[in-house]
Design a protein around this ligand. Sequence first.
Ligand code: PXG
Ligand code: PLP
Length: 438
Amino acid sequence: MNAAVENPYWMPFTANRDFNKKPRVISGASGHWYTAQDGTKLYDTFSGLWTTGLGHCHPKIVEAVQKQVATLDYCITFQVTNDKALALAERVTGMAPDGISHCFFTNSGSESVDTALKIALGYHRARGEGNRTRLIGREKGYHGVNFGGMSVGGMVPNRKVFSAALLPGVDHLRHTLDIERNAFSRGLPEHGAELAEDLERLCLLHDGSNIAAVIVEPVVGSAGVVPPPVGYLERLREICDAHGILLIFDEVIAAFGRLGEPFGATRFGVTPDIITTAKGLTNGVIPMGAVLVKDEIYDAFMNGPAHMIELFHGYTYSGHPVAAAAGLATMDVYEEEGTFEQARGLEQHFEDLLHSFTDHDHVIDVRNFGLMGSIEMASRPGAPGQRGMEVHKRCFWDEHMVVRNGMDILQFSPFLNSDPDEMEQSFVKLRRVLDAVE
Ligand code: PXG
Ligand code: PLP
């Protein structure tokens, strides 16, 4: 099929008409490189979509998936389970902060978020605090596209069309992006911890006893990489504790090495009550997510008649054996190859490369933490997003490189096992593109 002529595929988060004029189609990958349909090799600067930190088609994961699909392809997931799901739950909770020893499987980040919100509401009700129903998100937050995650999310284009259908009883903290005070910060920005006091304000307004949970990304990803101000997450934790509110870290991007640690929670030394994950759980090979919860939360559900279902929630594919096998192989590779330490070792080089763009005419901010980074360009007057899209396309066609843009913000998610020279070359190519675009 010639996608340029007629493309039946309605692509997600894509400018479909523009895409169809000149489709960008990948048909293979190996390690740090994609292969386009015409055979061109393209360097991947985004590890898939924050997913594939170990590189594409890792032989150990490929082998585990091939073996599993020929051994147990699918298994009923309700009232019966499979060996791989059990093993993966043990493995993942074993890496989590102390006191978090149960996990619930989903198939994506969006499902993890909606699952976490439902668990938070069920937990309070089970403890006789059914009045705690309010959910708090944050401006610029991305928590997926299902109704719960969209409601607590704070990205305006994702909410605008569905405004009337958003969950009731949701409030938002202000976002922490402050280019005026924090531009070109290396790592965590200095200013903004006081923004956590927004939560105190909402507790005064609604009374803290009505708030069920607060959900934030420890480092904002989708909205353009916004690391938390120094002290901000610690303060959120304190306020949640003072009011009995559950703190949810949405670690769909942050977990599994992106911040040089198993979790953002372990990197920041701030332990939330619930952690949502997906992406790096299987290196992106098979869709899967996991929601990790503190023991008190799990225990609160474990009452009533023992033959009864405790949580009326689950997906046909929760704990899918092939996904779980991919997850187990991924965890093996992280451990055997020392991936998280390797990622930590790449941080300085990555930071230096990103910040070498500080003086570029188009650039108004550079932000980074762990192996998450962004270069924010000024928008063209009257045409927000146009410059970013042009950079994306020129990178693809002229420099053979996949670069992710969110409007005029370029986002970078290098491989956790990147070759430092390859990483450097990608930024040499990027500079050529930034010099060439108006
Ligand atoms: N929470 C967070 C923090 C995410 O980053 C999701 C939930 C939803 O996951 P699923 O698997 O349902 O897509 C995500 C996903 C970007 C970008 O350009 C990031 C995501 C999705 C789309 C684009 O940074 N992250
Ligand atoms: N819709 C219908 C008609 C179904 O039968 C099911 C599951 O059985 C679903 C939606 C939910 O699908 P899933 O469990 O894959 O999320």
